[in-house]
Design a protein around this ligand. Sequence first.
Ligand SMILES: [Fe+2]
Length: 249
Amino acid sequence: MEVITSFRKQEEFALDTTKARQSDILNGLKNDGIVILPNYIQEAVLEGLNKEFETLLKTKNRAIKAFDLEKGAGVGITRSKLKEKEFPYTHWFYNQPLMHDIKDKYVHPTAPLNSKIYVVNDLVGTTTYANTLHYDVQKCLKFFIYLNDVTANNGAFEFIAGTHHWVEDIRRSKDANKITFENRDFSRELPHDESHIIPLEAKAGTMFIFDTDIFHRTGTTSIGERKIMRGHTYFDQAKAKDPLFKKTI
Ligand SMILES: [Fe+2]
C-alpha cells in the first residue's frame, strides 16, 4: 500500500473564527476533512458548558448514560431527550443554526444533527479503542470542543488531514463490506507515516469539525486531564442511496 503523505501544519486547517464564512468551513471539510475554529466559544458560554460538563458526568437518566472507563469518566447523551431546562448551554450549543446548515450541506438534510453527544473527562491512564489510528466504522461528522486547554501532554486529538478521500474510495468499492464493527481491525490498517500525524493543540473554547473518515486517534493523557464534548451526526441515519450512507453493521 502506498503511504499517504501530508506535510502540513495545524495552522493550515484553522480559520479565523470571526471572519469564517460557512462556505470556508464547507470547503475545508471537503478538501481536508477537518476545520479548526479557535476561540469559537465565548467566555460566558464556555463557563456554562464547563459547569454542565461536571453535572452531566454525574447524571444518569433516559437521556444520559455513562460508559465504562477504567480511569476518567464519560457519558453518551441522546440529544432529542436532553432537557433544555436542566442543561441549557449544552442543549443550545449542539442545536445551533450554523451546525444545522453545515450538516445539511456536508452530510445530508435528512440526517439528524448531533443525534448523540459524548462528554468525556480523560485522566492519566484513560485508554480507549480510539487511541489507535483509525477511521470510524460508522462514518460521522463530529463537532468537537475542548473545554480546557489541550496539548500533546494531556490528550490532544491527532489526525492526518485529507485521508478521508482514501477511505471514501474504499466505501465506494467492493471492499466496503469489510468495514464493520466486528472487523474493526480493517479500519486500522492505514498506509501512513507516523511523522505526518498532527496533534491538535489548542485553548479551551476551540471547536473543530471533522469527518471521521480522516485517519485520527485520541492522544494519551500523560499529565493532567482533558475535558471535551463532541456531537455526532451519523451518515447512516440519512435517507440517501450513495454508498457513503450505507447502514453500518
Ligand atoms: Fe474515532
